[in-house]
Write a protein that binds this ligand. Sequence first.
Ligand code: GLU
Length: 446
Amino acid sequence: MSVIVRFAPSPTGKLHVGNVRTALLNYLFVREQGGQFILRIDDTDVERSTKAYEEGIQTDLSWLGMNWDSTFSQSDRFGEYDKAAEKLKTAGLLYPCYETSDELDKQRKLLRVAGKPPVYDRSALELTDDQKAAYEADGRTPHWRFKLSGNAVKWTDMVRGEQSIEMSSLSDPVLIRGDGSYLYTLPSVVDDIDAKITHVIRGEDHVTNSGAQIEIFRALSEHLPNFAHTPLLVGKDGKGLSKRLGSLSIEQLRLDGLEPLAVCSLLGKIGTSDPVEIRESMDQLSSEFSFSKIGRAPARFDEDELLLLNAKLLHDTPYADVKDRLDALGVSGGEDFWNLIRANITKLGDTASWSVMAFAPMAGQIEPEDAEYCALAADSLPDTLDDDSWSKWTAFLKETTGRKGKSLFMPLRLALTGRARGPGMGEMLQVLGAEKAKARLKGRTG
Ligand code: GLU
């Protein structure tokens, strides 16, 4: 059996870390199995879906390195949904209902007051043709409900194990609204059948849906995919991310200058039994993927952890892999400079300020009490610098001034770089060159 999976976002907003994790788990699984990854655009809600969001989804997935083998949009397939709906109507499984939302609200309230679950009472099933005609003459158009079996639906979930959902505890789901538009439930099943999806991998907020959808699968076809419902993402405080998802859009992470592989390494590993660490490639992530590693507890997403992974990734990135992007950022200094500063950055964009510091004119930062010391340092600095210059120079300064430790080194670092922390000064001194260094040590712009 060749594996076929789909990621099915609705283009009604930007992709965020939560839905991209679902995409990633689909992607890693299918690449590990050697199958097809389908991008399905769930745009049955024509009012809220936009092309701009759809393009944003494609840009985000491509940036993250999740290439799809094929794509289609639900809005191109209404004819297929109509055929499926007809089939269900003929089988007596899709029935018209005429209640207004106010009437349904009232029904639910009464049931609650009576201590019963707010399950739709199926009174529409009792309507005679005359009653239906009377409603329609009255201007009411029907919404259509799928008739659930009332039995338990069972499946072996690839993450959650044995599942059993009592259909008798659920209302018959509305598949078609009063205005004739489809809710997501039926189109998704029709598409999963037609695309021969073998594994439906999605968040556990869809578990109950799956109960009803499995009954629709059975009513329409012999085909039934496997299901995997993964725990949702929460923040590091254990609270849901829903309020913050706007700031956790993939677009925002991209604009913030994060590395796609850092994002995928984090999202592919949190909530699993594997350690959360940077991986070398998507191939490595997929070769390590297994449903059995996904735990049942919510996966914690921590932005600080993402920054740490990002820094770690850049720390180990060779110059050739970032050269074009450094050029685009206007960073000078070539490979030696990259190797010098990469351990000191969190995001690639941080290189720009290091580059400005090293190559653009800047006045050194000198405390008044260190001015004399720095002037002496300037005068004793040789005109040509090599690998040993820093240690010889500071040894001389130590001997001459009696300074040691922080009071020996920190004034030099501050005067030369304007910062209290940074790369090794032996190399930095050579990058700056003697002329710049002397000027800065004398408090001049150099
Ligand atoms: N468009 C649905 C969603 O984003 C798809 C769910 C599914 O994967 O079936 O929740």
